[in-house]
Ligand binder design. Structure first.
Ligand code: AMP
Ligand code: ZN
Length: 116
């Protein structure tokens, strides 16, 4: 997908509105439009990468920055000590629907892995 057609690239560019939560030179974070938890934030790299499957060795630091941004947001929101979940859905079976790599930060309620 070209970045011109990408929903999250448009959000980062301000062409589509979003509820901004955090930004830095490399990352942009905003509230998920369909929250699955009291806090559901998406952290995306400003650089367009289709999915985790397309990330390369040169993206290693950027991937780390996404994780650290998630942890910082969790602390700011006040649920870091209680705990939270970070998820990177990848490709079809992973449930990925927007093909711009993103980290889901879910907090404010307990999570349990499904049985089995
Ligand atoms: P995924 O299924 O992992 O690709 O996640 C895509 C996420 O983007 C879903 O949780 C959607 O609810 C969310 N989403 C889709 N469109 C928007 C939007 N315009 N603003 C905020 N979140 C969105
Ligand atoms: Zn994009």
């Amino acid at each position: 997908m070209s970045t011109g057609d990408c929903l999250f690239c448009k959000i980062i560019a301000g062409e589509i509105p979003s509820g901004k939560v955090y930004e830095d030179d490399d990352c942009y974070a905003f509230n998920d439009i369909s929250p699955q938890a009291p806090t559901h934030v998406l952290i995306v790299p400003r650089k367009h990468i289709d999915s985790l499957d397309k990330a390369a060795a040169e993206d290693a630091e950027l991937l780390g920055r996404l994780m650290l941004a998630a942890a910082e947001i969790a602390r700011d929101k006040g649920f870091a000590e209680d705990g939270y979940r970070v998820v990177v859905n990848t490709n079809g079976d992973g449930g990925q629907t927007v093909f711009h790599l993103h980290v889901h930060l879910l907090g404010g309620r307990p999570f349990v892995f499904p049985p089995g």
